[in-house]
Design a protein around this ligand. Sequence first.
Ligand code: TBV
Length: 273
Amino acid sequence: MMAGVPAKDPKYLKEIERSRRDLRALISTKNCAPIMLRLAWHDAGTYDSKTKIGGPNGSIRHDHELRHSANSEEVKTRHPQITYADLYQLAGVVAVEVTGGPTIDFVPGRKDSEVSPEEGRLPDANQGAKHLRDIFYRMGLSDKDIVALSGGHTLGRAHPERSGFEGAWTKDPLKFDNSYFKELLESDSDPDLLKLPTDKALVEDPKFLRYVELYAKDEDTFFRDYAASHKKLSELGFIWPSRLALKFAVGVLVTATVAILSHYYEVHRRFFE
Ligand code: TBV
């Protein structure tokens, strides 16, 4: 509902660049890339493509669990005109970048929503492949997006006081690489590393497994697909004016062509009658 249109205002775009630099400094000095990526995902991951409700609209700022840990508030104070929605998505993009991941194209212009979506829209870590599909298909995302985005667990760890799970998914949870997929396929992997039921579902489901194998073998392909899926996630509900204008122009052209052709046909018919 509260989506956005790509921002054109040069002052706003300049402020985005300043925020980007601030976020780079903040994330690398505080080592908070994992929580920033999680924040971006939680804000975006509420989207419903049927009702167009939810999505990256800054509503996560009303959530206390993430709010108190959100160092991005500091950046918001320095750049008050930037929307929370843009700031959180920019933080996610920068978190991936500064930990060695792919560059993700960032388009600003998201609007903030005053209302929070209802609870229970994000995946439940205790469930399997069907649940993952239910949640991601609702957002309009695909099987490939599910596997690629799950690779985001290359960063960070689970905390027993937050989720009841404990540990990191990879040996170096501050480095963005394809080790999440390598560990998933490792039969005798380090028992201290974390595998949630939703992580295991990625190797148990044959369609998901194909992507896991591909990404474990080929980090460049993982980075390319991850960047594309992350961009999609960060732009759920985004309205592209150029695309709207194009659709309109094609519609007008088709209508005009049909009208002209039927006119000629009519004239022709009369002539030979
Ligand atoms: C933390 C579950 C990025 N993700 C995280 C936790 C759990 C999940 C631990 C919370 C805690 O105890 O602190 C239980 N992650 C999931 C599930 C999926 C999943 C069920 C299903 C696909 N998370 C996420 C996506 C992305 C993340 C799609 C990135 C694109 N999540 C993420 C990071 C961290 C978690 C970087 O899906 C570590 C944060 C659940 C930290 O170190 O503090 C969040 C979720 O991918 C819905």
